[in-house]
Design a binder for this molecule. Structure first.
Ligand code: GH3
Ligand code: MG
Ligand code: MG
Length: 566
């Protein structure tokens, strides 16, 4: 494939340019327009139509041309394929309709779909959720209007679309694609949970009103400067390895926040902070690691908020791409992250695809001028911010470790490390409810060391303690990880056996008894007695049953397993 990019600084210069003839079936043409008024788009569309070009077009919040961020221009990117075919489509209507309609256009050979959308008129993520895509990689973004947030347009040679999507679908067996994204805003502070959200409106985090949670943790200056301050301090949804950034488009009267993209109840989020140093140097490094073959073209769909945050430095992160291949793209109002099942709308992120129809391992590793980046980093503010983030993250880490330890201490017995009685009651109630819903059988074993007073009297209390610890270790190695062992009293223990048959419960009890009988600790041999009872709906009754069985085991000679019978 061969990609040629053109940039025109006026509609007249576009008019004057003579394009050669292209076969629309094998040519991908993207038009990124910094002229955003409807009548300007009308002219551009007509000019390109007269010149015989078939394309997908979008208005922007800035254009990307050969690794530079440029403004108020028209970028025309033309990729001629040798081993791939191109289909152009557009749809208007509801999120669900247009998502489904696009899916119907994919063939088993479809590899790539570049998609532009009117994000101000449609909930972009709801469109993406309705796309069934199998093996098609979705990329692209939402049209922009230079930060006016009034009207965006997507268009082709025949039509301006005000509410819908436009796409180019590329079918191929030979197209190699790298798709990746760079965020590098840094999450900090504690992990929080979304407790109330509906589509792209965020109402509550950790049970606190969305605007108020900004006030609580980041202070009144940041909260009162929303939505603008969300560029510096967006929310990041932590989804496994993926960081999905959410910026704020508007603040509602009730303090809820309108987002670009969705959040859902239960999502885990952190505040993040933009740090120029991190963003630019990390992006630079990541790009070099991500691009594994010599690309023949690179398309970048980067965020308008990223551009406004990075300012002139935005070109630092675009240049490494242009060193590798013809590079163009635009600044969007939401860029697309492709995931296996669905795609999502990102914010603040740079997404890119690198394409080649002819796989060649990467030879040309080029390096941006690190020096220039370094100078920028001398900025005092950056220095301070970096330290503050570090401090806050370390502090949170320490708190989390302490909390974890406290929690552990609250539920375990210090001598043996087994769970304590309180935790046993808490967890068994949960197990019982679960088992009732799923119709599973559960059993309880209650066990007690035989003649333990004598062990204490003969060998001393310390050896007595060793025996108790030995008992716990032996039981632990005889039960499954889903079973719960708890110290009920002095040398009396309970074992809650989940999802188990009567036969297996009795087998486990007998196995524990034998294992104890056959071992010794510091030369001391001991035995245990066990009572086994089926778990009824209520834990107190079950304990009574197991205790009766244990009592019978003691009375009938000890060192044995007795099952409770009605
Ligand atoms: P039985 O076979 O009937 O159970 O007789 P036993 O001697 O084991 O009687 P019992 O269960 O009533 O004895 C419990 C003893 O366990 C009494 C108490 O001093 C001792 N004990 C309780 N907790 C600990 C502990 O943490 N360490 C030690 N070494 N002994 C403990
Ligand atoms: Mg005892
Ligand atoms: Mg006892």
């Amino acid at each position: 494939m061969k990609t040629t990019n053109f940039a025109f600084d006026s509609i007249e210069s576009l008019q004057r340019h003579n394009f050669k003839k292209y076969d629309p079936k094998t040519t991908l043409i993207q038009v990124f327009s910094g002229f955003i008024k409807e009548d300007e788009i009308e002219q551009i569309k007509n000019i390109l139509n007269e010149k015989g070009l078939k394309f997908i077009g979008t208005t922007t919040a800035g254009e990307i041309y050969e690794g530079k961020s440029i403004e108020k221009s028209i970028v025309v990117s033309i990729s001629e394929f040798e081993k791939s075919s191109v289909k152009y489509v557009y749809f208007e209507g509801s999120e669900e309709e247009i998502g489904k309609n696009l899916s119907l256009e994919f063939t088993p050979n479809s590899k790539l779909c570049i998609l532009f959308i009117n994000g101000l008129e449609l909930k972009g993520e709801n469109v993406l959720i309705n796309i069934k895509k199998d093996n098609v990689l979705i990329t692209g973004g939402a049209a922009g209007d230079y930060g006016n947030i009034e009207r965006t347009f997507i268009f082709n040679e025949n039509k301006i679309i005000k509410k819908g999507l436009i796409a180019a679908i590329i079918d191929s067996n030979d197209l190699h694609i790298i798709n990746d994204y760079e965020l590098n805003w840094e999450p900090f502070g504690k992990l929080m949970e979304v407790t109330k959200a509906k589509d792209n409106v965020l109402y509550e985090i950790d049970g606190i009103n969305a605007k108020e949670i900004y006030r609580k943790y980041l202070g009144p200056n940041v909260a009162d400067a929303l939505p603008y301050s969300a560029t510096e301090f967006p929310l990041i949804k932590i989804d496994g390895e993926d960081y999905i950034c959410r910026t704020v488009a508007n603040v509602n009267e009730d303090g809820s926040l309108g987002l670009i993209g969705n959040l859902y109840d239960g999502d885990k989020v952190k505040f993040a902070v933009g740090n120029l140093e991190m963003i630019i140097s990390k992006t630079d490094e990541d790009i070099k690691n991500a691009v594994k073959f010599d690309p023949q073209a690179i398309f970048i769909y980067s965020c308008a908020a990223r551009k406004s945050f990075l300012g002139e430095q935005v070109s630092f992160e675009l240049k490494p791409f242009a060193d590798m291949a013809p590079t163009c793209g635009f600044f969007t109002y939401g860029e697309i992250l492709d995931k296996k099942e669905n795609s999502y709308i990102l914010n603040n992120t740079l997404t890119f695809i690198a394409l080649s129809e002819d796989y060649q391992p990467l030879k040309t590793k080029t390096y941006t001028e690190k020096k220039a980046i370094k100078n920028m980093l001398k900025d005092k503010c950056m220095f301070i911010i970096d330290a503050m983030i570090h401090l806050s993250n370390e502090y949170i880490k320490e708190l989390e470790t302490t909390n974890q330890k406290l929690l552990q201490a609250a539920i375990t017995d210090p001598l043996t490390g087994a769970y304590n009685r309180r935790y046993f009651y808490e967890i068994s109630q949960k197990f019982i409810s679960f088992a009732q819903r799923e119709f599973l059988d559960e059993y309880l074993i209650m066990l007690d060391i035989d003649n333990f007073k004598k062990i204490n009297d003969t060998y001393g209390h310390d050896i007595g303690d060793e025996v108790i610890k030995h008992l716990v270790n032996t039981v632990k190695s005889s039960i499954r990880s889903s079973d719960v062992l708890a110290r009920f009293g002095g040398e009396e223990f309970v074992i809650f056996l989940n999802n188990i048959s009567r036969e297996n419960a009795l087998k486990i009890a007998e196995k524990i008894r034998k294992n104890i009988q056959n071992s010794s600790v510091e030369g001391v041999k001991y035995t245990i007695s066990l009572g086994v009872a089926k778990v009824t709906g209520d834990i107190e009754t079950t304990i009574k049953h197991a205790d009766l069985a244990l009592y019978e085991a003691k009375n009938s000679g000890k060192n044995r397993v007795v099952e409770y019978k009605d």
